[in-house]
Design a protein around this ligand. Structure first.
Ligand code: GLY
Length: 259
């Protein structure tokens, strides 16, 4: 069974951090209803959803993925690279601490969950503006006892590693090669490339064998279908204006029973 931790959209969403996306008006009411539909879609894929209340003082707090990492054996409280985001994690960490042993990335390390892609026992970490070498080194040490390896992957022109690449099947990655400065760490995986006109299209959520995916990338969606990948789509347009993507809005963990 799967559990997803999510958090309601902050009323302050329009004041979010933006790095590579130009600021444009955000309809917070619409963002809330899109987020609710996203949570229902997760439920339709077999997830129990633990929804935390909105944090009015933290514009980006709907993007719970960045404040923690969850593995089968352990959870890790991250230390987000954007200072404005460092107080978002407390309630998420409390929930995770009840489900897993909880470890922490400490100062001077920074690490955003959006920069961390785990495939089996291989953990790829974006070398980005948000996640630094101290964060990667700490993660390597924290995960070594559980048999995980940690490899840095240089990104460019995008916020997080998972803006550029996500896993869509056991051996298959969805990738925007233009946003990976070096794709060699992924040699050996089957790659589906995004359509060049859909540069933000490499971010998909995988729940077991199911994929949750934005409905605004029809050309890349066709490529997923051609590859035999079954996809459920959601409209997350207002969250995308906040430089969020579908992985950002949940922390997924395998659980014995739904919450
Ligand atoms: N607005 C998402 C982030 O910058 O973290």
């Amino acid at each position: 069974m799967w559990t997803a931790i999510t958090r309601e959209v902050s009323p302050a969403l329009a004041g979010c951090e933006l790095s590579f996306v130009p600021r444009s008006p955000i309809d917070v009411v619409l963002a809330r209803s899109q987020h609710a539909a996203y949570c229902r879609a997760l439920e339709s894929l077999g997830c129990g959803v633990i929804q935390l209340p909105a944090l009015p003082d933290y514009p980006d707090s709907v993007f719970v993925e960045d404040v923690a990492l969850v593995f089968d054996e352990v959870a890790i409280a991250t230390r987000p690279g954007a200072e404005s985001r460092r107080g978002e994690g407390d309630a998420v960490h409390e929930v995770l601490g009840s489900l897993r042993p909880l470890l922490r990335i400490e100062t001077p390390g920074t690490l955003d969950g959006g920069d961390v892609l785990c495939i089996g026992k291989r953990v790829f970490v974006g070398i980005s503006a948000r996640s630094n070498e101290a964060g990667r080194a700490q993660l390597r040490e924290l995960l070594a006892p559980y048999g995980y390896t940690v490899e840095g992957v240089a990104t460019r022109e995008c916020l997080h590693l998972k803006s550029a690449v996500t896993q869509v099947a056991g051996d298959t990655l969805l990738v925007n090669p233009a946003w990976l400065a070096d794709a060699s760490p992924f040699a050996g995986y089957r790659m589906i490339e995004v359509d060049p006109e859909e540069e933000h299209a490499a971010n998909a959520v995988r729940v077991g064998d199911a994929i949750l995916y934005p409905d605004c990338f029809p050309k890349t969606l066709a490529r997923l279908h051609e590859a035999g990948i079954n996809v459920t789509t959601v409209d997350v347009s207002e969250l995308q204006k906040a430089e969020g993507a579908v992985t950002c809005c949940s922390l997924l963990l395998r659980t014995a029973t739904t919450a």
